[in-house]
Design a protein around this ligand. Structure first.
Ligand code: 3HC
Ligand code: NAI
Length: 703
């Protein structure tokens, strides 16, 4: 059996290799192995200098997150890092892949670092609601300076080896074989009699690092850090690195690390780390399930969605045929695509030359016969069943056998669309979110007859285009939009019951959403909802409830469609996005409430949040119960990546588990009894009732 950590001698050098697939995480066996092999290397008189490296795809990618929350096992990570640092023989870390978190901290414990040119290093703990807890907050500022270290730890984003070499985190870049490069580096260190260089013994120049510096830094991250726990603790730990001797700083780091580990934000973010990876694991699909090659793509419709969808493929070098009704529509659509890329050029994300190259990947066509060679077509035309059926009928005739036919519909029945073809097994929903080139979420809608091969291909494809794919069954609105309905409904009802527009938006913003539901409505266009309600009313699928969307529809009737008309729930100065409360809207609401005989009252923030968020949870429970979502964590991933649910709350289902399903259930029952619930809006989902009564959580609810 191969050891998780091995030691071999190469001349006068001892090479310690960690081999713990897939990412060499610092499990107990790895920690213990490093300490033991290091000690063996110390006692081997032939070994003059030690190299620490990893096999497989990466250097150590961090602490083993799966061990978090379990009883700690010695040696802890600080013991490992300190053992490396205190080694009387020089230790060189040889990095490839991603040296992250505890992995990078291990490298910082070593005396010197060499990295493959393709390597990246970083301290991403903040993304798990943590801070670097094995000396990273104390060593990195000493090595590269306080501000760059803070920026790395607060963003959590890794930097390339070239950047790390530039700021001093890496001593040498290796262009050839890493181990050869490391041996050469070790030889140079040996011949120059370089001493073991301990970062802990370096001091930090505290010039300019007064309280005002930290205040300014806190202010600069305030918007992004809103609601999170760890960023402030990272700053405190770095302040300790500046003010305290190393050992005391390390002790302070430990205290703050424990605080972070115990925070609800970290529990939520760790849940999301695994939830995201879990989402691509679909019961019934395995590595043996075939995957089709997707090299040629077509998108039908170059409107708001089609253009953005096409960009995802062009961005990874796949040519996309773009189909429109006529030349004008294509010119308009691709003009918008170009504008999107031009913004990237302005921001320095791509060069003008790269823009021209990427635009060549968009192939405009108006003739469906040109679709005979594509592997995947994504339809993104108007939301109209007859039109979609007509298009799928045509695709069925022109596309080659085995081509995947996908629809981006947000509400229509994918099975009905599939039935317009002779190959429903090749039909699937690929529901992108707007703006499709930016939003990470992709709902992969599995029709009743969608084949496993097609599903598997789309799950893999999502990752390829850097989306997080979540599989949904077929229902109105799929996972996300179906759950959204109650959120907007209750915001509208509470207006009639006396809550002000600003108080609703403020409470929901403070809960952690990027903006409140009414400001969001103004941004997206209030008329979008009005149009959907009109269609649903005509189809008889809307409750016969006059309150439903009442204020929104009245505003649209007055031409107040939101930001685009400089007036909606709020007023806007032309060209400005800053919402201003408008007394005319408040008067309209009061007037409508009086007309309907609704008594207005004060509604506090707690009720506002519960009224908006609990319907999401309740519908999520139904979605879970019906098997539309495979698991509660998938629903969380949808809400985090598609709707801006605050990640530090872990998504609606995790949030519900955190506050306790009994509380959620009891509150829903109370609203059912007290809110004149003639239409059953507050009917508790039976799964919620069952779990609440059994004292269980959504997380325990496995299919
Ligand atoms: N611990 C345990 N498992 C881990 C892990 C970790 N640190 N990092 C990744 N994994 C697992 C994943 O869960 C996944 O498992 P699965 O196949 O069963 O789903 C598998 O490794 C592969 O991961 P990815 O699918 O993410 O593979 P990629 O190649 O896309 O990405 C990566 C690799 C960039 C290393 C990415 O996995 C990653 O970012 N990992 C987390 C890194 C991190 O956050 N490190 C800090 C940990 S906290 C820490 O170190 C605390 C310390 O300061 C005390
Ligand atoms: P849009 O109105 O902006 O664009 C539709 C485009 O399709 C137009 O450019 C039109 O010329 C073109 N088109 C119409 N018939 C065509 C045909 N027969 N052949 C080729 N092109 C044709 O619409 P949008 O917003 O892009 O929506 C498209 C689809 O995406 C709809 O099904 C919608 O429900 C869905 N969707 C929309 C989202 C949004 O936020 N706008 C979000 C997610 C999904």
């Amino acid at each position: 059996m191969t050891k998780v950590v091995s030691l071999r001698r190469q001349g006068e050098f001892g090479v310690i290799t960690v081999d713990n697939p897939p990412v060499n995480a610092l499990s107990h066996a790895v920690r213990q192995g490093i300490v033991e092999r290091l000690s063996e290397a110390q006692s081997d008189p032939e070994i003059q200098l030690i190299i620490l490296t990893c096999s497989g795809r990466t250097f150590i990618a961090g602490a083993d997150i799966k061990e978090f929350g379990k009883p700690p096992q010695e040696p802890d990570l600080n013991t490992v890092v300190n053992a490396l640092q205190d080694s009387p023989k020089v230790v060189v870390a040889a990095l490839h892949g991603t040296a992250l978190g505890g992995g990078f901290e291990v490298a910082l414990g070593c005396h010197y670092r060499i990295a493959a040119a393709s390597a990246k290093v970083g301290l991403p703990e903040v993304k798990l609601g943590l801070l670097p807890g094995a000396g990273g907050t104390q060593r990195l500022p000493r090595l590269i300076g306080v501000l760059p270290a803070l920026e790395m730890m607060i963003s959590g984003n890794p930097v390339t080896a070239a950047v790390a070499a530039d700021n001093g985190a890496i001593d040498r870049l290796s262009t050839g074989n890493l181990i050869d490069g490391a041996i050469e580096f070790a030889r140079d260190l040996h011949s120059s009699q370089a001493p073991p260089r301990k970062i802990s013994e370096t001091s930090i120049d505290a010039e300019g690092l007064d309280q005002a510096f930290y205040d300014r830094f806190r202010e600069s991250i305030a918007k992004k850090a809103r609601g999170y726990f760890a960023p402030d603790r990272i700053i405190q730990a770095v302040q300790a690195a500046v003010c305290l001797p190393f050992q005391e700083g390390l002790a302070r780091e430990r205290e703050l690390f424990v605080e972070c580990m115990e925070s609800s934000a970290s529990a939520a973010l760790r849940h999301l780390f695994f939830a995201e990876r879990q989402a691509s694991k679909i019961p019934g699909l395995s590595d043996d399930t075939p995957v089709r090659d997707i090299d040629r793509i077509a998108v039908i419709g170059a409107g708001t969605m089609g253009g953005g969808i096409a960009m995802n493929f062009a961005n990874i070098g796949i040519p996309v045929k773009v189909v429109e009704l006529d030349e004008d529509a294509i010119t308009r659509g691709l003009g918008q695509v170009r504008k999107n890329y031009e913004r990237g050029v302005k921001k320095g994300r791509m060069t003008a030359d790269q823009l021209e190259q990427i635009m060549k990947l968009f192939v405009p066509i108006t003739d469906y016969d040109d679709l005979n060679d594509v592997d995947l077509v994504i339809e993104a035309v108007f939301e109209n069943m007859d039109l979609k059926k007509q298009i799928f009928g045509k695709l069925d005739q022109v596309c080659k056998p085995g081509a995947i036919l996908a629809t981006n519909t947000s509400t229509l029945d994918v099975d009905e669309i599939a039935a317009a073809t002779e190959r429903p097994e090749d039909v699937i929903g690929l529901h992108f979110f707007s703006p499709a080139n930016i939003m990470r979420l992709l709902e992969i809608v599995r029709g009743e007859r969608t084949s496993e091969e097609v599903l598997h291909t789309c799950v893999k494809l999502a990752r390829k285009i850097k989306k997080v794919g979540v599989v949904s069954g077929v229902c109105y609105g799929f996972i996300g939009n179906r759950m959204l309905a109650g959120y907007g409904r209750e915001a509208g009802f509470m207006l009639l019951e006396g809550a002000s527009i600003e108080s609703i938006d403020k409470a929901i913003f403070e809960f952690g959403m990027p903006m409140g539901p009414l400001a969001m409505n103004d941004l997206a266009g209030i008329d979008v909802g009005t149009k959907i309600r009109e269609e649903r009313r005509a189809a008889g699928t809307l409750p016969d409830d006059e309150r439903f969307g009442l204020i929104a529809d009245k505003l649209v009737a007055q031409g107040r469609c939101g930001q685009k008309t400089s007036a909606g729930f709020y007023s806007y100065e032309p060209g400005s996005r800053a919402p201003k409360p408008d007394p005319a809207v408040a008067a309209l609401i009061a007037q409508e409430a009086a007309r309907l005989g609704i008594e207005q009252r004060e509604i506090d923030d707690e009720e506002i949040v519960a009224r908006c968020i609990y319907p999401i949870i309740n519908e999520g429970a139904r979605i879970l119960e019906e098997g539309i979502a495979l698991r509660a964590s998938d629903i969380d991933i949808v809400w985090i990546n598609g709707y801006g649910f605050p990640p530090y709350r872990g998504g609606p289902m995790f949030y519900a588990d955190t506050i306790g399903l009994k509380k959620v259930y009891d509150t829903i029952c109370r609203y059912h009894d007290t809110l004149d619930d003639r239409f059953g809006y507050w009917e508790p989902a039976s799964l919620l009732e069952k779990l609440a009564k059994e004292g269980k959580t959504f997380a325990e609810c496995k299919r």
